[in-house]
Design a protein around this ligand. Structure first.
Ligand SMILES: NC(=O)c1ccc[n+]([C@@H]2O[C@H](COP(=O)([O-])OP(=O)(O)OC[C@H]3O[C@@H](n4cnc5c(N)ncnc54)[C@H](O)[C@@H]3O)[C@@H](O)[C@H]2O)c1
Length: 352
């Protein structure tokens, strides 16, 4: 293996290498360090180019590109969202991403981001809750026990010390799998028969369901004073999880308002309804939770800067772990302008 300084190849992190990277670093450490990198980048929010993600919708789902740059590095993620996929043995969400050098435009990393998205979404949720949930929150309901759910649980344990989970999914097999995957990891786990039962006594409610419609995963009477809602599953036009009345009773915190107004729970509200930006809470510019009785809502949709942070973090781990391969992705003729000559020489060598 050559070093990361090799100019003409691009480090590539496959799914296999990503799993080994997470296990080598340790899942809790990975989530905690990734959360710290996300916070670091949110604290320099104003340095980034920002745009709502570029979405291509179909009847079945969505394919999105999520670009951003801090002026030194450029990153983008390709991600889909297809709720029907699991019925065909495919993931609802799958992704890959690129990190590049702004100075010369060359890619510096190509990485799988299906696992990385689950980790970064969970780390982001936990960072938001660290700033918004009531002190001492230890019990979390998770409604929707699919691919993202265990990662959410582990991030909330690593970053907030959540140690009691109340799980509910329409499909009891999903709840059984989630509970069994998380067994022996320091949680008390209660499998619930209804979403109403799941939210009983919960300090934090995570909704992470997948359905291409405006659903009512939480109705107004299910949310008591003091609760923090981590609403992850409503992340597309026409795809929400919360009854509108909950939004009207909550202090709403978002990543990037121009994107969340299109994709988040707040698509149900007027375009000028007041919401707060999470980076301003992290930077101490505005207050997060105002009282123990307030209902705080993180209207998560997933923003490009979080993926940029995740790619930046993964790249920082490559040299020490060697968990990547080198891709022959960049043409490198001896004389940069002689691209055709390189093709001719290849032809000559093939002809022997
Ligand atoms: N905000 C973000 O940054 C972000 C990131 C990744 C994924 N997501 C979203 O999170 C959601 C979950 O993703 P996933 O990869 O875990 O999907 P998944 O398909 O693996 O799991 C979704 C689970 O929700 C359950 N479900 C559907 N409707 C339900 C209902 N009414 N009540 C209870 N459970 C219900 C399904 O049975 C399934 O087990 C998706 O909507 C996805 O788009 C958001």
């Amino acid at each position: 293996m050559t070093t990361l300084k090799n100019l003409n190849t691009v480090p590539f992190v496959s799914v296999d290498h990503m799993m080994k990277l997470v296990l080598t670093v340790g899942t809790d450490t990975f989530l905690t360090e990734l959360a710290a990198v996300i916070e670091e980048d949110f604290l320099r929010w104003e340095q980034f180019d920002k745009t709502p993600r570029i979405a291509s919708h179909s009847d079945e789902g969505v394919i999105e590109l999520m670009p951003t740059s801090d002026g030194t590095l450029y990153g983008f993620k390709y991600v889909n969202g297809h709720p029907k996929n699991t019925r065909e043995g495919r993931q609802t969400v799958t992704a890959f991403g690129v990190l590049s050098d702004v100075g010369n435009g060359y890619p510096m990393l190509l990485s799988e981001m299906t696992i990385l998205t689950a980790l970064r979404t969970a780390a982001m949720s936990a960072v938001a809750a660290k700033h918004l949930a009531r002190q001492g929150s230890k019990t979390m309901a998770i409604i929707g026990n699919g691919a993202q759910s265990e990662f959410q649980a582990l991030a909330f344990k690593a970053i907030l010390g959540v140690n009691e989970l109340r799980l509910y999914d329409l499909d009891p097999a999903a709840t059984d799998r989630c509970a069994s995957n998380l067994a022996g990891q320091g949680f008390t786990i209660i499998k619930c028969a209804t979403s109403q039962e799941a939210v009983e006594g919960a300090d934090i409610i995570t909704t992470v369901t997948a359905d291409k419609q405006c659903a009512t995963i939480l109705s107004d009477n299910m949310v008591g004073p003091g609760v923090h809602i981590n609403a992850v599953g409503g992340d597309c036009p026409g795809k929400t999880e919360l009854h509108k009345d909950i939004l009207l009773r909550s202090d709403i915190f978002v990543e990037y308002p121009p994107q969340t107004r299109i994709e988040g729970e707040i698509q149900q509200l007027d375009a000028d309804y007041p919401v707060k930006e999470l980076w301003e809470v992290m930077a101490g510019k505005i207050e997060g939770r105002q009282s123990d009785r307030a209902i705080t809502l993180f209207d998560s949709v997933g923003f490009a800067i979080e993926d940029f942070s995740a790619l930046r973090y993964v790249r920082s781990k490559l040299e020490e772990t060697g968990l990547y391969t080198e891709l022959d992705l960049l043409a490198d003729p001896d004389e940069p302008r002689d691209l055709y000559g390189m093709l001719l020489r290849c032809e000559q060598s093939l002809q022997g």
